[in-house]
Design a protein around this ligand. Structure first.
Ligand SMILES: Nc1ncnc2c1ncn2[C@@H]1O[C@H](COP(=O)(O)OP(=O)(O)OP(=O)(O)O)[C@@H](O)[C@H]1O
Ligand SMILES: [Mg+2]
Length: 278
């Protein structure tokens, strides 16, 4: 097999680059032989970029995020992440669906990362109080996850991720299980909070609308094996209002163009699934 290098450190990337990926691949060993999930991924993600990943189901999006989070090793190529400042976590991941601790209150869930890092009670109170307020959850601080709606639980996950003050925020379809109305509200909330911090974000979505609404740059991936097919820059100024943006003709054009690239891949992925199932 080819060599694997993982370098972390400011020297790894030029100053404005947060994440640099070269010829990265991921091969899973399965019962039926090696399975190439990611192939020849090359990326330069600038500091503070809101980077979106769109691609058909099974193309390797979650695998890429898991590699960035250090939860999975890549098989070949290189991954370089500029170091975070001391005493700050490198990344925080917001998973699809429920990732809250059911035995902890909203407050305890949001404070978890800070508590683990041993911050003082006063600091934790300030930071967690701020993000619970920003996500509209202050009143529910002593509720348990089972007492909340799905949208509220996702808000706790977002508050927890931002409170943790990571260098990079990794978000895997955080809003996909929500209804359209809650999704728009949460997208607005996320944009407002992100405006304050301008963290580097990698955000996976199935929704082209969501990619165009939130992102600075969008990577459209191919069906299996997952490669970068097209990179699209989103030209809209910030701060953005989700609904105003959607009313603009340029918005519709961009969504249409991206669908043009994506449609073929979604059809290929479907054909692959049917082939495997037969
Ligand atoms: N641990 C594993 N062992 C073997 N194959 C795996 C493993 N994890 C993922 N895969 C395979 O790798 C491919 C990519 O999976 P991944 O979860 O990254 O896709 P995805 O793009 O996130 O899909 P979705 O949009 O449905 O969430 C899939 O075909 C999956 O079956
Ligand atoms: Mg996934």
């Amino acid at each position: 097999m080819t060599t694997t290098t993982l370098t972390e450190g400011a020297a790894a990337a030029n100053q404005d680059t947060k994440i640099r990926i070269r010829q990265l691949s991921k091969v899973f060993q399965t019962k039926t032989g090696p399975f190439v999930a990611l192939d020849d991924i090359n990326l330069d993600i600038p500091v503070g970029c809101f980077f979106m990943i769109v691609g058909p189901s099974g193309c390797g999006k979650t695998t890429l995020l898991r590699i960035l989070a250090g939860l999975e090793e890549h098989s070949s190529g290189s991954l370089e992440i500029a170091s975070p400042a001391a005493n700050r976590p490198g990344n925080s991941m917001v998973f699809q669906g429920d990732s809250l601790f059911p035995w902890m209150t909203v407050w305890e869930n949001a404070a978890y990362g800070l508590t683990m890092r041993g911050l003082s009670k006063g600091e934790i109170k300030n930071v967690v109080g701020h993000y619970l307020s920003r996500t509209g959850l202050s009143r529910f601080h002593d509720y348990y996850p089972h007492q909340l709606s799905g949208g509220m639980r996702q808000r706790v996950s977002i508050a927890r991720a931002f409170a943790n003050d990571p260098d990079i925020l990794l978000m895997d379809e955080p809003f996909s299980a929500l209804d359209e109305q809650n999704k728009v509200l949460l997208q607005e909330e996320l944009l407002r909070i992100w405006e304050e911090t301008r963290k580097t974000v990698m955000f996976i979505t199935h929704s082209v609308d969501e990619a165009v609404t939130l992102g600075d740059r969008i990577m459209i991936m191919t069906a299996h094996p997952g490669r970068s097919k097209v990179m699209v820059d989103v030209p809209f100024e910030r701060p953005r209002s989700v609904l105003e943006l959607r009313a603009r003709p340029e918005y519709g054009e961009l969504v249409y163009n991206i669908w043009g690239h994506l449609r073929e891949e979604v059809q290929r992925a479907r054909a692959q699934d049917e082939g495997r199932g037969s």
